[in-house]
Design a protein around this ligand. Sequence first.
Ligand code: HEC
Ligand code: HEC
Length: 292
Amino acid sequence: MLKKIFKITGIVIAGIIALAGIAYLVIYINMSMRIATAYDHVNAEPIHVTYDSASIALGARLVSTRVCNECHGSDFGGRIMFEDGMIGRIVSRNITHGKGGLPDDFTESDWVMAIKHGLDRNKQPLLYMPANEFAEMSEGDIAAIIAYMSTIPNVDRENPSVKVGPLAYVLGMFDVIPVIPTEKIDHTKSFAQAVTPAATPEYGKYLAVVCTNCHGPQLKGRGPMIPGGSPIPDLTATGNPGKWSHGDFIKTLRTGIRPNGAKLADDMPWKMTLSFSEQELTAIHLYAQSLK
Ligand code: HEC
Ligand code: HEC
C-alpha cells in the first residue's frame, strides 16, 4: 500500500515537473519570437529639431524629468543596471557618439525610433527601454532632447548587451517586468499635442507617465516589481498621498520621508523626482488626486 502511494506521488511530482518544463518552453519560444520581431511597418514621423539654446536648455531638463540619465548614466555612456542569474542582465546603451556608442550617422529619425517607438534603427525592439513612457511626448519635447543630446561630450564605453534570463522570460510574459515596452505603443499615433506647463491635472498626467511603469497605468499601485521588492502603493485619491497636502507630497519626494516619518524604501526612486519643479510635482499630485 505504502509503496503504491510513493509510486503515485512520484508520478504526480514527475508530471508537475514535466508540465512546468513544457510551460517554460512555450513561454521561452513565444517571448524569443516577440523579441526577434522586426517592426518593418513602423516609420518615424519627420521631426523638426532646432539646435538653439532654448531647445537645448529644455532638453537638459527633460533628460532629468524623463529620467534618461537615471538609466543611461549621468554621462550617458550606458551602464549595467541589473544583473543576476535568473533575471539576466539589464544594460542601457551608450547614447553618446564615443566608442561603443551611437554610430556617427545616427539620424534624428533614429532618435525618434528609439524614444517614441522603442525600436533600434533596424526596427528591432529595444529591451527594457521604456519608450511607452515617452511615446506620448510632444514633438517639441522630443526635439529638445535630440538637440540637447547633440551637445553631450563623447564617452568611450563598450557595454555588454542585454541578456534575458529564464525568470525574465516568465515575468515578461505576464507583464510583471516590462521586457518589450515597444509592444505597449500605438505606433500609428502622431506626436502628442504639447501640454502647457502649469499646476493642472492635465500637465500632471503628461508628466506622471514616468510613474506608471511602477505605480500602474492609473497610479493605483500593484504588487512588488521583482521578487523581494516593496509593494507599490496607490497614489490616487484612495491611497495615502490622496490625503496629503501638496506640501506633504512635495516634501516626501524631496526628502524621501513621508509625513508620518516613515522612510521611502530604496526601490522608490525618489531622487529622480529631485529634478522636478514644485509646479511639476503639484501637477502630478493634482492628477493623482483626480483619479478615483
Ligand atoms: C528604465 C531605463 C531607461 C530609461 C529611463 C531610458 N532608457 Fe534608453 N535604453 C534603455 C535600455 C535598457 C536600452 C538598450 C536596449 C537594448 O539593448 O535592447 C536603451 C536604449 C536606448 C537607445 C538606443 C540606442 C541605439 O543603439 O539604438 C536610445 C537612443 C535611448 N535609449 C535613448 C533614451 C532617451 C533619450 C531616454 C529619455 C527620454 C531614455 N533612453 C530613457 C533604458 C532606458
Ligand atoms: C521603479 C519603480 C517606481 C517608480 C518609477 C516610481 N515609484 Fe513611487 N514608489 C515605488 C515603490 C516601490 C514605493 C513604495 C516604497 C516603500 O514601501 O517605502 C513607492 C512609493 C511612493 C510614494 C509613497 C506613497 C505612500 O503611500 O506612502 C509616493 C508619493 C510615490 N511613490 C510617488 C511617485 C511618483 C510621483 C513617481 C513618478 C514621478 C513615482 N513614485 C515613480 C516605486 C516607484
